[in-house]
Structure formats: C-alpha cells, structure tokens
Design a protein around this ligand. Sequence first.
Ligand code: NDP
Length: 331
Amino acid sequence: MNKTILLNNRPNGKPQESDFKFTSEDVPKVNNGDILLKTKYVSVDPYMRGRMSEAESYIEPFQLNKPINSGIIAEVIESKNDSYTKGDFVSGMLDWKEQQTHNGKDLLKVDADKAPLSAYLGILGMTGLTAYHGLTEVGKPKEGETIVVSGAAGAVGSTVGQIGKILGCRVIGIAGSDEKVDMLKSKYGFDAAINYKTTEDMTKAIADAAPKGVDVYYDNVGGTISDAVHANINRFGRIVVCGAISLYNSTSLPTGPRIEPILIKKSVLMQGFIVNNFSDKFPEGIEQLSQWLKAGKLDFSETIVEGFDNIPNAFLDLFEGKNKGKMIVKV
Ligand code: NDP
C-alpha cells in the first residue's frame, strides 16, 4: 500500500499532529507519458504554515482532505516517458506520498554524484536561493558593512551569514540556543551571535555586537527580535523581510513599535520578497552557490528526520527550533 498525508484541519494558532491525516491507497498505474516516483527526501518549510490556512497568498492554500505537497527528491522507479530513465533522481513540488505518478513536467533532474541528494532541497535548492538572492538583490551588502541575520542557525539564515562573510561584511546572528550560537561562530564564522531566549535586552546586545550599527538586517523571524534590530539600523540601511516565523501562528493582529519614523529619519529601505521573484536568475544563483560549496567557502547543516510517518512532526518541530540548518525527512 501507498501511504499519503492529507490536510485534516486548518490550524488555529500552532499547528498540531491532528491537523494531518494518514491514508493508504493502491500504488498508481503508470500511463504512457508518465513516470512512477518513489519519495526519497521531503522538505518541510515554515512557509507551509501559511498554506494550511485559507488566506489568500502568493501560493495557493492546501486543500482540506487533499495531499499536502512540498519540495521532494524522488527516484524514478518506472518510466513510460522518453525524457526519464529508471534510476534518475528528480526534484520538484510533489505530494506527500510514498509513491506517485507524474507527467515529468516542472521536475528537475538532480545529480547524486555532484552533491548529496538532500542538498538539492537546501543549500542548492529553494533555501540556498532565498539566502543568495534575498541578500544580494535586496540587502545589497557592501564590503565592510554590518549584517544582522535573525533565524541565523536555520537553513536560510546560516547561508545568509556565510555569504555575508564571503562578501567581506561583519555578520551577527540571532538564534534560539547557546548550542546554535556556538555553531554560528565556530562552524560558520559569524563574528558574533546572540541567544534571543536568554538575552534580556536585545536592543543593547545588538548595539554591543554591532558597534558601527546595522547596515543590512536579513529578517527571518519578525516580531520583537526585529524591533530590537530596527532600533540599531544605520542611515541608508536595508531591511530584507524574508520571513516572519514568530508571527505565523498568531491568532490576533500583532502590534509593536511603529517603524515608519525609523524608516524616514534614517532613510531606510524595507523590502519583502518571495524567492520566485528571482526565478530568471536561479541558474546564476545555483552556479555561484555550487562554486562556493566546491571551494569550501560555504558549509551547511541538515537535521534529517527518518521515516515517512515523521513528516508532520518534523514540520511541527520547525516552530520549536529543533532543527539546525535545513529540516529534511528521509523516507
Ligand atoms: P529555518 O531552518 O530557519 O527553521 C525555522 C527556525 O525558526 C527554527 O529552527 C527556530 O530557530 C526559528 N523560530 C521558530 N519559531 C520562532 C519564533 N517564535 N521566534 C524566533 N525564531 C523562531 O527555516 P528556513 O530557513 O527554511 O526559513 C527561514 C525563514 O525564511 C522562514 O520565516 C521562512 O518562512 C522564510 N522563507 C522565505 C522565503 C521567501 O521566498 N521569502 C523562502 C524560504 C523561506 P531558533 O532556535 O533560532 O528559534
């Protein structure tokens, strides 16, 4: 039998295990023109929380009682499509199913000899591209400037910080444990890192770590952490609004300090973005990230959870900070 995971409920606040439902179906028959795919690695990502609700967004909501989908690496185990051979590995937006048929469109072949397959979901996939294009196209850091990254020990944040170092900047990370803070400094070469869970005065801690102020704030979390960074932003600073995970489970409209006076007084640019805005530049991004990886200038971490049945829990754990680097499920 072929296990599938459906959306059972639209969560109110923090998502729970009961929002997901497991079902079984027969392994589908492969029609002419199709391929049969076996799921190997599943990406779970914070943005999927938005798709669990009905609210209109840049990507359509998941449907109740229908399979959830996300970035997946799968193996072609049967092919009736001339473009694919048994044994090929592909990456694409696929359903949370152990096996599924597909017409092959919008899938990307990935090379297991060039990089570990899971890397195509992280550093050489959506999260790597988010870090690269978000920082270079929106943040536009210049050598010698100071960058602060929130969610710094996650998939996007850890890559942003390393790119910042490659570009010659001072990089300060914000993360949720001492272990993560140590990792940012020792493994990724961040100049300073702050544990937001144990630091009472975040505004002061950022000022201490950034004596010349903050030129670029790459924001993955939003909320009060960001309020503290905004208070330290420099004249002509850039605030890159990539994610707001601290607000994704809010059930009421969050309020906080108004940012407009800061933007005006300091001539600051604050810009949100979606990685797909840069889709025409993805080949350049992948090429650059691959080169840095090969040259040993870029490193990455993965938290790999084993087993198809653990996909929902791996997703839920993102909101508890249980991952270092990219959260991935190996099936
Ligand atoms: P991460 O690997 O960073 O995982 C999520 C991390 O967020 C956790 O490990 C946790 O780390 C932190 N976190 C969870 N809850 C909170 C909270 N309440 N306050 C502060 N931090 C919290 O995920 P990604 O790297 O995949 O994504 C990072 C951000 O980028 C997300 O907000 C995501 O939505 C966004 N994103 C945006 C894209 C775009 O196109 N704009 C594309 C891809 C991602 P800790 O222990 O430090 O708390």
